[in-house]
Structures are given as C-alpha cells and as structure tokens.
Design a protein around this ligand. Structure first.
Ligand code: 0GY
Length: 296
C-alpha cells in the first residue's frame, strides 16, 4: 500500500502494462474518476478515504496509453457534492469527456443547467454505506424527476444484497438507469447464480436499465486473469448487448491494498465481449448514445 507523508493513499498503478487488446476507434472509458488536485479542489469533509492527487492530465495519459478516445468522469464520493474537480477534468478534455455528478437533491434547476453546460449528463446515487453517510430515496426520486428535462440518466451504485430492497425505488426512477459494476454480484456463483438471476430480473423489468460489466479487480476473489469474473459476466454482455458500458474505474478508489493493472483490465474486454460487433457496442455505440447523443 502506498501512503504519502500526509496519509494520502495511492490506489492506482504508476506504470500499467500495455494491453494486448486494442479498443476500436472512438472507444470510451465510461467509468473513471479524478481526485483533485486537492490544492485546487479540496476533498469533502465527509470523505471516507483521502487519496493522493489523480488529476486530469494523468487520466488523459492513461486514456491515450490504453487506446481510448474519450472518458466519462464519474464524481467520486471523496469530493462529495462539490463537482468542480469533475467539471475541471471535462473542461480540460477539449470535448473528449463528459461526466456524472453527485448532487444535493435540493439543488436548484439553474445549477443543474450549469452542470449540463459543463458536460454533465447524469447524477449518481450511491448506496454503499462505507462510502456515504445517507442515501435518501425520496429525495433522490425528486431530483431524478427534475433531470428528465435535460435528457440525463441516473447512475446507481449498490451491492447485490440490497437489490431486492431497492427494486421499488429503481422501478420508480423516471429516467434511464445505469447500474455500476452490475450491482456487485458474487461472481463465484457463476452466470446463473442467485445474484445474476436477480440482476437479470431487474434488466428484464425495464428496457432502459443499463449496466457496467466492470471492476473484475473488485469482484473477482481469484484476481488476475479474472476467470471467475469472465465466466459470470460474459453471458450478461452477450444477452444484453445494447445496454452495457465499460470503464477502467481508474484511479480505483479504495483499491490501495490490491492495486489493479489497467492493462490487464483492458485485456478482460475481449473475453466478456468476444466479437468485434459486441466490442463496438460496449465501447463506442452504447456510451455514445448516453453521453454524446447529439452525434448519433
Ligand atoms: C467506484 C467504486 C468505489 C468508490 C467510489 O465514489 C467512490 O468513491 O465509487 C468503491 O469504493 O467501491 O466505482 O469507484
């Protein structure tokens, strides 16, 4: 684990391997974050982890090294509802990034408009108790209703054991829903274990629920080369090819004890999306529909 003199942790590799897989032209890393830089964009007093700076320049260098064209920057919990670090990354990307914000549900419509002008296209609702203090469903539903006019969607992050309890809430969201890391199933159960079955029931209930078949590093007890993750997840991508998005999750919040190699993560892509047609949907067509619809 890498901790600096100020107790700030590093959860990303400084020298990731070069992947063997080359993403198709126009590929989008649709789940990544930035941390700070703290001197410009301080972390939230409620942050549950204190990372070292992982700013836009590092993100763009990784994008280029891995062969991606664009990023979707998802506001990380360590920045709370202050989206300036995310907006800064988008602004510096010269059109090659858009983002997902975390907002106080009481946010004014004019502030939502300003976020839209800054490249935000969705809001994230986080239900992980280790990351956030509270997750007020009623207020989340209120803000979900208010982003509909902007054409935004909701990104939700929860763990598999919360899915049944969240079903009424998820069903009531009046805009498209994207589920981070497939709601963290237990991949050791395989592709038709209880967690994947419950997740498929969610997807089958509405045709505008999307998912990210991401984070083998978080979900695979085996670790590299993530065979357990691939076996559980590939059928989901094959069966719902128009509703999946992929991302690195760089700089891998909270992964300081098991820092993933970004090159190895990219090499999982052709194993969960084995044809060029699937890879194009996962990496280009699907994220373009959500984040750059005007180019469609
Ligand atoms: C992820 C996962 C995690 C963290 C956050 O916003 C965050 O801090 O999302 C996690 O710790 O599982 O998607 O980045």
């Amino acid at each position: 684990m890498s901790v600096d003199a100020d107790g700030r942790i590093r959860s990303w590799s400084e020298n990731p391997s070069q992947p063997r897989f080359r993403p198709p032209p126009g590929a989008i890393d649709a789940h990544c974050h930035v941390f700070g830089p703290m001197a410009e964009f301080p972390f939230s007093p409620k942050a549950k982890y204190l990372p070292q700076d992982a700013g836009p320049e590092r993100l763009f260098a990784l994008r280029d090294r891995l062969g991606f064209s664009r990023n979707v920057v998802v506001q990380a919990s360590c920045h709370g509802t202050d989206n300036r670090a995310t907006l800064n990354a988008i602004a510096r990307a010269q059109g090659r990034a858009r983002g997902v914000a975390v907002v106080d549900p009481a946010i004014a419509d004019a502030e939502l408009d300003a976020l839209h002008a800054g490249g935000i296209r969705g809001v994230r609702f986080n239900f992980l108790k280790r990351l956030v203090d509270d997750a007020p469903k009623d207020r989340f539903l209120d803000v979900a209703g208010r982003i509909a006019r902007l054409g935004w969607h909701v990104v939700v992050y929860f763990e598999a054991d919360l899915l049944e309890e969240l079903r009424p809430f998820l069903d009531a969201i009046p805009v498209p829903v994207v589920v981070d890391h497939m709601g963290r199933p237990d991949v050791t159960q395989g592709s038709d274990g209880p967690d994947m079955k419950a997740f498929r029931r969610l997807l089958d209930g509405r045709d505008d629920i999307w998912f990210k078949p991401t984070c083998p590093d978080r979900l695979s007890p085996q670790g590299e080369p993530y065979d357990d993750f691939v076996a559980a997840v590939r059928p989901l991508v094959e069966d719902y090819p128009d509703r999946c998005l992929w991302g690195t999750d760089w700089p891998h919040p909270n992964m300081e004890h098991r820092i993933p190699d970004d090159g190895s993560l990219v090499d999982v892509i052709p194993r969960i999306a084995p044809t060029e047609a699937l890879q194009r949907k996962l990496l280009v067509d699907n994220p373009m529909r959500l984040y750059w619809p005007e180019e469609g």
